[in-house]
Design a protein around this ligand. Structure first.
Ligand code: GMT
Length: 388
């Protein structure tokens, strides 16, 4: 990039390309919410992926969606999405004069961005890779993807991780000694604004308790632990469990609830675009995951004043303050998790204290404005780098 162009993008609004999975996963949610924040600040944001992201429900000024078309040519048993994405990124970079590309989830987005960068011969467009978790801990770590994930970590113009835990894991698993910046996830603006309008409900230790779980129902979420914890609570008091989301473990959980004779009090609600309605009802969120690089849903719950009971793994201790905004317990210890849930439910004073602490911490440390500023600061530093 010529010095004058660098100067322009440092002090004016930027043209930013974002690529992500458009589905209900946390990385897609973070990418979409960040896109909306950047657009709100006046940047031109171009989201490049195969479907409109689920969190972007309506028109937003300065936010544009560019669909990646995937060929279903019969020769392809596995259509090469990464190549179609790279081609589309090149087109969008040219027509929209992108200053940079920010990809969420390394595989395949960072690889496609690298290819696009190589194909754009008239100027160099930097790309920033944000690691979200399973792209490092599961997918990137699998033998078929380790070499390309390692390569792309080296090639990215900047790499960010959503927690210190994920940064440390990335350095350990990939033996990289490059700079990785920790930029945590943030509370979506709509949820934060809604939470501000909520007056604290008076806690009622005799009423029916509502426990909730929200995820993509993959094995890593340990869905059977959710049902086990709930069953123990249910033996002690009137309670219902709201299961939000969908994925491979849902069917097993439905059977488990049947077999345990608690199915009438377990509601499988499917995927929901707006979590507010669930969090408004919930007394506690259960998140007994095997691993969680951050646990965006835990932050969302806390922002809505809902304490979280989770396993002490991954980046969860960076989000939940044990004993203050929820409880962190050993992985798989469903007994201790149900006891912690009962402790909160049976003690209105503790529950109210936790609700307030949860709201305060989410607001003070994880606001959209604060975290978006960390990203724009990084973009500007990348655009100033001498190799452009
Ligand atoms: O596994 C998931 O829940 C989906 C995955 C994703 O990338 O969509 O979530 C990861 O990224 C989220 C957003 O940064 C984090 O909050 C989740 O903790 C992380 N999931 C895991 O590490 C298992």
């Amino acid at each position: 990039m010529t010095p004058s162009l660098v100067f322009c993008s440092l002090f004016t609004n930027m043209n930013i390309g974002i690529s992500c999975y458009p589905t209900f996963g946390g990385s897609g949610v973070v990418a979409s919410e960040l896109g909306m924040e950047l657009a709100r600040e006046g940047h031109q944001v171009h989201i490049v992926t195969y479907a409109p992201p689920v969190r972007i429900l309506s028109y937003h000024p300065n936010l544009h969606f560019h669909k990646v078309e995937i060929s279903d040519y019969p020769l392809f048993e596995y259509p090469p999405y990464s190549l179609a994405l790279a081609s589309r990124l090149v087109e969008v970079a040219k027509t929209e004069h992108l200053d940079l590309i920010h990809v969420h989830y390394a595989i395949p987005h960072a690889v496609s961005a690298y290819l696009a960068q190589e194909m754009l011969t008239d100027r160099r467009i930097p790309f920033i890779t944000t690691l979200h978790g399973t792209d490092i801990t599961l997918v990137g770590n699998a033998p078929s993807f380790w070499p390309i994930t390692h390569f792309i970590l080296e090639k990215s113009d900047a790499v960010t991780a959503v927690s210190q835990y994920l940064k440390d894991e990335t350095c350990r698993v990939f033996d990289v000694d490059r700079e990785i910046e920790v930029i945590p996830n943030f509370v979506p603006r709509q949820l934060a604004e809604w939470a501000e309008t909520q007056t604290d409900r008076a806690s009622d230790s005799d009423g029916e308790a509502i426990l909730a779980h929200i995820s993509n129902f993959r094995p890593v979420k340990r869905i059977s632990d959710v049902v086990e914890i709930f069953a123990r609570v249910h033996r002690q008091r009137r309670a219902k469990l709201l299961m939000v989301g969908d994925g491979p473990e849902r069917i097993h959980a439905e059977r488990q609830a049947q077999e345990m004779g608690i199915h009438e009090d377990v509601y499988f609600l499917g995927e929901q675009a707006e979590v507010e309605e669930i969090l408004r009802l919930a007394d506690i969120l259960l998140l007994p995951s095997q691993t969680e690089s951050f646990g965006l849903v835990a932050l969302e719950a806390n922002a809505a004043g809902v304490p979280v009971i989770a396993s002490r793994v991954g980046g969860l201790p960076e989000v939940i303050q044990d004993g203050q905004t929820g409880f962190l317990l050993p992985l798989g210890d469903v007994e201790a998790m149900s006891e912690a849930a009962l402790k909160i439910l049976n003690n209105p004073e503790l529950r109210d204290r936790m609700r307030q602490a949860a709201r305060r911490r989410a607001r003070d440390l994880f606001s959209a404005t604060r975290i978006t500023a960390s990203y724009t600061d990084l973009y500007r530093r990348v655009l100033q780098a001498p190799n452009l």
